[in-house]
Design a protein around this ligand. Structure first.
Ligand code: ADP
Length: 525
């Protein structure tokens, strides 16, 4: 009995010691982070003062693995969003000069040695934000001055002024603070992108309001620019009837995404709409077309993001890009976020050679966090993901893509419809008639295993043959006479077409079994 209680006391003691050590390390790390942040922002004198006050303690170590204060705050924001469906307000104005110092001194912060002064970060984020409006602008700008009269947070006061001016220019009150999500630095991106119109002035207007910033604001500008390049502000203009075949897939997509937007009253409780949908299947079968049709037919804002471009263009900071993307989508709701080539970012963890890149891991986590946020919110934002290699996808991501739809290779009737669509008996190319005499049924049967995009390529190649034959005549003619000869293209025949097929191999035939197997396996999980 004695033995037992001694053991448990010993364990409790060890646990307490480990806990204290952790707290101590956390506090030290925080000071080092602050030191590095100050240096990074150019507050050299403040950094030197901190170094002196800690007797050089902050210089003896460095933080590991890309941790920085901004990152910590971002993660806190994500956590807050998932928990409360809104972002926290990060700062509020102090009641009077010196109040912050007094508060800090009351807690004993100023005098303590490194290791006991700093509270955990989330607790320094109270819940009120600066007021908007002109009066508030002035106070906000002037309240950030220290005793010497110089600005303590130059970027911040400039930022507050700039936000207001953008808002006034881009729809005033209506454009601001929707669902409380756009204060604290998110406003400029929303408003800038929202205000973007035609392609030509799009980037200029996007960049203008943010151009006065440096540091963080430059980063926001980059994020907004990258996303706005991929955002369709106008309808992608693909109708359901433009998609040949794929009747099942179309029906399922409509059921999952279109009807909940059209008839929201029906989709509540157990029928609440899916937030994540995966379109999988061979390349070139119409997954992108389906996503675009959703955007066109439902008039949702369409964010077309190629997953690999998120990673390659924005390596280390791709998780920030993901966050801004979802913010924009919520703001423009109803929105469709189309994530193409999902496997290139959401492959199973740790499968890549040499382990996972830290930035890519953070990005995956952010994507999962954002998807969870969607699932808990009422926002009409849908994630439509597409993958050619679903078996490579991360399981945590798959769980969040609740609805999965196989977009398979076209059936024989669909292939026939495609060929007759792209090569009808009579069409016109550049004012010149193109005639075909094709046995559509035979050709469709001969193209088993070809994807929609393969078939389109074959049709193009078949149409190109008679055109090629007239190039010589055209070229020799131009050197002499100025009158164009009457051009007569040869008719495209079934034999021509079969010849093209013989030279073009289908790209994904042998993968079909694998999709079917994956579908079976997944259904049984
Ligand atoms: P993916 O499945 O790789 O996203 P896409 O939707 O981008 O394929 O299709 C590529 C091209 O192939 C389309 O732009 C279209 O021209 C053609 N295509 C593929 N499937 C179809 C289809 N079912 N109906 C009409 N065109 C199709």
């Amino acid at each position: 009995m004695m033995e037992l209680s001694y053991q448990s006391m010993k364990i409790a003691h060890q646990a307490r010691e480990a806990d204290e050590l952790r707290t101590e390390t956390r506090r030290k790390s925080l000071l080092i982070l602050i030191y590095q942040h100050l240096l990074g922002q150019g507050y050299v004198a403040a950094a030197v003062a901190l170094d002196q006050e800690t007797n050089g303690g902050v210089k003896r170590f460095e933080v590991c693995d890309n941790i920085d204060l901004e990152m910590v705050l971002m993660e806190y924001e994500s956590y807050h969003y998932v928990k409360f469906q809104k972002y926290p307000k990060l700062i509020r104005r102090t009641a009077g000069p010196g109040q912050a110092e007094n508060r800090f001194a009351r807690s004993g912060g100023v005098k303590r040695s490194p290791g006991s002064a700093v509270k955990p970060l989330p607790k320094i984020n109270p819940s009120q934000s600066p007021q908007s409006g002109n009066g508030a602008k002035k106070t906000a700008a002037s309240s950030h001055t220290n005793e010497n009269g110089s600005s303590v947070f130059p970027e911040l006061s400039e930022f507050v002024l700039n936000v207001s001016s953008i808002r006034n220019g881009a729809g005033g009150e209506a454009a601001m603070n929707r669902k409380g999500q756009m204060s604290d630095g998110k406003g400029p991106i929303h408003d800038a992108v929202k205000g973007a119109g035609s392609d030509s002035d799009h980037m200029e207007r996007l960049l203008k309001p943010l151009s006065g910033f440096s540091g963080m604001s430059g980063e926001m500008r980059d994020l907004a620019a990258i996303i706005s390049r991929d955002i369709y502000l106008h309808s992608p203009n693909v109708r359901w009837e433009d998609i040949i075949g794929l009747e099942d897939a179309k029906r399922l997509v409509k059921e999952a995404v279109v009807y909940p937007i059209k008839y929201p009253q029906l989709f509540t409780g157990i029928l609440s709409p899916w937030k994540g949908l995966l379109l999988y299947g061979p390349p070139g079968t119409g997954k992108t077309l389906l996503a675009k049709a959703v955007a066109t037919e439902c008039k949702t804002t369409f964010f077309n993001i190629s997953a690999s471009s998120i990673v390659s263009k924005w390596r280390g900071d791709s998780e920030k890009l993901v966050r801004v993307l979802f913010e924009l989508a919520r703001y423009h709701a109803p929105s469709t976020i189309f994530l193409d080539e999902l496997e290139s970012v959401m492959s199973q963890r740790g499968t890549s050679m040499g382990g996972e890149h830290e930035g890519s891991r953070r990005m995956k986590t952010e994507l999962l966090v954002q998807m969870d946020g969607l699932a808990r919110s009422e926002d009409l934002v849908f994630v439509l993901a597409a993958s050619n290699l679903p078996w490579e996808l991360d399981h945590a991501m798959l769980r969040r893509l609740e609805k999965r739809i196989l977009v398979s290779l076209p059936s024989t009737p669909a292939r026939q419809a495609m060929i007759s669509h792209w090569l009808p008996p009579l069409s016109s190319t550049g004012g010149v008639e193109l005639r075909t005499e094709l046995d559509y049924e035979t050709l469709a049967k001969g193209m088993e295993g070809y994807s929609g995009s393969d078939i389109r390529l074959v049709c193009k190649e078949a149409a190109m043959r008679p055109v090629r034959k007239i190039f010589d005549a055209l070229e020799s003619h131009q050197e002499g006479d100025s009158d164009m000869p009457a051009i007569q293209l040869e008719t495209v025949t079934t034999a021509d077409f079969l010849d093209v097929i013989a030279h073009t191999k289908p790209s994904a035939r042998n993968l079909m079994d694998r999709y079917a197997a994956w579908e079976r396996e997944y259904e049984s999980v």
